[in-house]
Design a protein around this ligand. Sequence first.
Ligand code: BGC
Length: 452
Amino acid sequence: MSELVFPEGFLWGAATSAYQVEGSPLADGAGVSNWHRFSHTPRMTHNGDTGDIACDHYRRWEQDLDLMAGLGLQSYRFSISWSRIFPDGTGRINQPGLDFYQRLVDGLLARGITPNATLYHWDLPAALDDRGGWLNPDVAHWFTEYATTVFRALDDRVPMWSTLNEPWVVMHAGYMAGEHAPGHRSTWEAPRVSHNLLRAHASAVRAYRAEGRGRIGLVVNLEPKYAASGRPEDVAAQARAEAYMNRQYLDPVFLGRYPDELRDLLGEAWPAHADEEAEAESLREPIDWLGINYYTRAVTRDEPGDLPVREGRVRQERHTHTEMGWEVYPPALTDVLVWVRDRYGDVPLYITENGAAFYDPPVAEEDVVEDPLRVAYYRDHLRAVREAIRRGVDVRGYYAWSLLDNFEWSAGYAKRFGLVHVDHQTQRRTPKRSARFYADVIRGNGAALGPG
Ligand code: BGC
């Protein structure tokens, strides 16, 4: 039995983010965010979908907290909307915005659920975007002002914080590929944005050290890269892809330097710093925990047309793929956890997101939605986490992505990641089979996963 269960105190939770679930983006004095703008720009999202209503969580939060309690969730990872707190990005504080999160946190605690708050999950105040957003070096000050305000309001009740969610996606989708707000496509901007994200992160961690009482970390998305063959070109492509996606943020945070491959692949787009070593070293600020979001892996080959990384992906036809087109490959989750421990040392790890979009009907006909592929996804990935723990990796918790079917960014409402089905016409919530399965897993601290 002890072989099957997770370590005592392992934290079981689910995650969401503000713009994806809250709706009412302009309520009670909130300012406009970059995602509000982006989703309201023609052709930027599937079907023109926006976060105007989303899951209406801003108004239905109590019902959603009851849902979480019903599933036995021990922790809830949510994000705070910067533009609700600072409508203009800096300066004037909007108290009703803070009040919303105070109520949410109190409601969680009243139900015995540990709050885990993310400060930035991609919705930047539009007023700051007008000043260059993540390209403006001042963003580190703006972010620290916002972070400090939120710490002061909530730190007495929130024991776990993270600064940024997935800086790679902020940089790549927002400034390199143009798929997310603000929709830029610039190789030149990308490394500057990365650097400012890391500066903002380090500065907020320093601010937290000055007055915080809980634990603060960073959340990154990791997609392990496997070379498609032993050809030197493919092996080099693997290294470039890994540097770009997986080491670009972790190397500076833990080792105080950028990966060498980045400089090579970005060429003249690489920013000239007066003292590059000191600049990178200033990003190394000890964190209390690291959050890893894992969805899939990539089998990588050299693809000269794919600039600047030149990463080609070899689709693994024998494996299942989710509605996002992502390969289902649980062993890579074990691999990546072992890789992080071996490369960066023994920092406490949490899986802060893991889950899958599979087809679910828009309307739930029964009182449970059958989602066998998602049940299998959770079972196999949780077993992969357990395997990493067996290999001595210090994994302390797991958050399913996501609690609810929600606004999947540029894919709008077309992709469903929820444990709980949301009818986007009526807002009716219906647990899926995966929610019941996950509740069983939590109840037995992993025993329901069985051997394997
Ligand atoms: C993000 C979520 C997103 C999920 C599925 C992660 O990259 O943090 O906001 O919904 O992946 O695409």
